[in-house]
Structures are given as structure tokens and as C-alpha cells.
Design a protein around this ligand. Structure first.
Ligand SMILES: Nc1ncnc2c1ncn2[C@@H]1O[C@H](COP(=O)(O)OP(=O)(O)OP(=O)(O)O)[C@@H](O)[C@H]1O
Length: 262
């Protein structure tokens, strides 16, 4: 369960560059909720995810993950609770290391550094089966350096790595924005399968309204650092793109050109 209570974050406070990114935002996700996040540019979506991950510490408010108050816990220390996939396929995996080496490190998340490199018997077969299900031809490339893979292959691997050890919260920040539509569809389908199989509590930012409606059981819309609409599973089932467009127009006046119909 994720409980964000009344968080605010202002960058460059008290200067001419002051930017209020989050303003008294509260959000609760129950176990297994898959919540998509939409909103215009600068609405505060990434700042929300970064605050949950610990990259930014909010000026006020609290963040709890499965009952642990992590508000002031460093990003490094709270990483044991969190799986992340970034917009940039170059993040999330180590380019100079082999596919298998990346997977072994991910599977030892939270364990002593000394043990992280130790392969156990069966690891090779396990990793082979795991990457085979991605359907991206990686099962015969376990010893390939990650830097040689395509963006889609890298994002799918980052997703596998982020969920290899079940995270309490999975944060997806526009994970398919840099991919071509066909590969993006494939990666989202795999994401959806993994989230359901593992019953993962998930937040996914997207600029694609069709994806925001298609995936997950919850949807929130952000504007000016706050949540302006929070649709329950029952409400989301009935929600249409027209409803979302109307809500956008009501609140922000105009549609952001980066909120796409897909
Ligand atoms: N590290 C930072 N330093 C200063 N200002 C920042 C920083 N990160 C975000 N901001 C500002 O905070 C506001 C919210 O930005 P944020 O990136 O969270 O929005 P977003 O909804 O994710 O936007 P986009 O859809 O364009 O990615 C913006 O005004 C942005 O310029």
C-alpha cells in the first residue's frame, strides 16, 4: 500500500526561479492497484514519482510504503521497496555489463554487496526462461552486453529487473515514450502481465490517453501540482477519452500538445 499525505515541493524557493511542483497532494493506492497518471507538461507527475522514489524530499507531508514512513529515507535506502522504469532506455540497466550480469544483480537487490555477483545453480536456466517470455529474442543473448541491445529490448529488461524481486511499489515514468509504437505496445503488454501476475502496486505516467484508459484499474489526472481527478476502479471502467478531454478543458483551459490520443 502506498500512502502519500499532503505533500508539497517547491524548487528554488524564495528565488526568481521558484517553481511550485507539488501542492498539498494526497494519494492512496491499495495493494495491487495499477494507477495511470496523466496531466499536462509541468503538472508535477515526475516530481510525484521522484518524491516517492526518494530522489526529492518533499518540503512537507508524508510518504508511507506498506506502513513504513519513508518520507526522509534516502533514495538508496528505500530502493529495496521500489522498482523503477524510466523514460530513457539507457537508464535502469548497466550498458557495459552482460544481460545475465544485470539480471543477477537485480535478483540480489537488498542483499549484501558481496553476494550480489554470485551465480547459483539454476540461475542461467531461470534467466533464459524469463527473457524468453519477452518474445524479443533475448534468450540466446544472455552474454551480450546491454549496450548492444535495442531500446525496446532494454526497456523490457529494465522492467524484468525492476520486478525480479517483487517490489512494494512499481514506478513507471513514461516507460515507452522513446519506443516505436509496435515495440511500445509489446512492452506495455508485458508490463500489464507482470503487474497482474505479481499483484504489483503500480503508478505509471503516460502522455497517451488511450494507454491511460487501457491499462490499470485506477487513473489520476494532475494539474499544477495537485490531483484534479482520481477515478476509482468502478469509475475508470466507464471512463472515455471524451470525459478526459472535458475534464482537461475544465481545469487547464487548453489541452497540452503532449497529451496524445495515441
Ligand atoms: N529538478 C528540478 N529543478 C527545478 N525545477 C524542477 C525540477 N524538476 C521539476 N521542476 C519543475 O517542477 C514542475 C513540475 O515538473 P515535473 O517534471 O514534475 O512535471 P511533469 O508533469 O512530469 O511534466 P512533463 O509531462 O513535461 O514531464 C515544472 O515546473 C518543472 O519545471
Amino acid at each position: 500500500m502506498l500512502k502519500v499525505t499532503d505533500i508539497s515541493k517547491t524548487f528554488f524557493k524564495g528565488t526568481t526561479n521558484e517553481k511550485k511542483a507539488l501542492s498539498h497532494l494526497s494519494l492512496t493506492l491499495n495493494d495491487g492497484d495499477f494507477c495511470t497518471v496523466i496531466g499536462s507538461n509541468g503538472a508535477g507527475k515526475s516530481t510525484l514519482l521522484n518524491s516517492i522514489a526518494g530522489a526529492y524530499i518533499p518540503d512537507s507531508g508524508t510518504i508511507e510504503i506498506n506502513g513504513h514512513d519513508v518520507t526522509k529515507v534516502s533514495e538508496y535506502k528505500r530502493a529495496k521497496y521500489i522498482g523503477r522504469v524510466f523514460q530513457d532506455p539507457l537508464k535502469g540497466t548497466a550498458a557495459g555489463m552482460q544481460v545475465e550480469e544485470n539480471l543477477i544483480i537485480a535478483s540480489r537487490r537488498g542483499e549484501s554487496r558481496r553476494l550480489r555477483w554470485a551465480f547459483s545453480s539454476g540461475d542461467h536456466e531461470k534467466f533464459r526462461d524469463m527473457v524468453a517470455r519477452l518474445g524479443l529474442g533475448l534468450e540466446d543473448r544472455l552474454s551480450t552486453r546491454i549496450g548492444l541491445l535495442s531500446g525496446g529490448q532494454r526497456q523490457a529488461l529494465t522492467l524484468l529487473m525492476a520486478t525480479l524481486k517483487k517490489p512494494d511499489i512499481l514506478l513507471l515514468d513514461e516507460p515507452t515514450a522513446a519506443l516505436d509504437p509496435k515495440t511500445a505496445g509489446k512492452v506495455l503488454k508485458i508490463t500489464d502481465e507482470i503487474v497482474h501476475e505479481q499483484h504489483l502496486t503500480t503508478l505509471m505516467i503516460t502522455h497517451n490517453m488511450r494507454d491511460a484508459l487501457k491499462y490499470g484499474n485506477r487513473l489520476i489526472m494532475m494539474n499544477s501540482g495537485t490531483i484534479i481527478a482520481d477515478y476509482s476502479p468502478e469509475e475508470k471502467q466507464k471512463l472515455t477519452i471524451d470525459d478526459l478531454l472535458k475534464k482537461f478543458e475544465e481545469t487547464s483551459g487548453a489541452m497540452s500538445d503532449r497529451v496524445l490520443l495515441g
